[in-house]
Design a protein around this ligand. Structure first.
Ligand SMILES: [Zn+2]
Length: 146
């Protein structure tokens, strides 16, 4: 069977051209592995706190989908867990971008983020340039602009 490239699918094809299928698979795999490590770590930290409520959460984390986990844990104030949860949330968002064909495309300027940058930072939402600008604009206690 021959696959015709209809105009409706040109967007998707455009994004797929940026990252090779193998590259995308590799990045997706890195993120999946990272995510299970993080969830494991979250469970361990929650159990270690000895807090009864957190211990119950830890049990629930084991049986839940990633997105629900992020929601469930969003009010856990434990600093270490909060950091991990943020990272899980970033990964879930990146996986969603893969599903919707937007992965590897800068959310600011629409440029290709590039495999090299993604390999170093798989959840990157912005190209290097936009990220620099973003950090400059959003840096806490910005330096005086002389
Ligand atoms: Zn950009």
């Amino acid at each position: 069977m021959q696959i015709k490239m209809s105009s409706e699918s040109s967007d998707i094809l455009h994004y797929m051209n940026i990252l090779k299928k193998a590259e995308l698979d590799h990045l997706a795999q890195i993120m999946t592995e990272r995510k299970s490590r993080l969830l494991q770590e979250i469970r361990e930290v929650l159990v270690r706190t000895g807090d009864e409520r957190y211990a119950r959460l830890a049990g629930e984390v084991a049986d839940m989908g990633d997105e629900s986990v992020a929601d469930l844990l969003s009010d856990v104030s434990h600093a270490e867990v909060a950091r991990d949860v943020n990272e899980v949330r970033d990964i879930v968002a990146a996986e969603h971008r893969i599903t919707t064909g937007r992965y590897g495309v800068c959310i600011n300027c629409g440029a290709s983020i590039g495999y090299e940058r993604l390999a170093a930072y798989p959840t990157a939402k912005r190209c290097f340039e936009c990220q620099q600008n973003h950090e400059k604009t959003h840096a806490p206690a910005a330096r005086p602009s002389l």
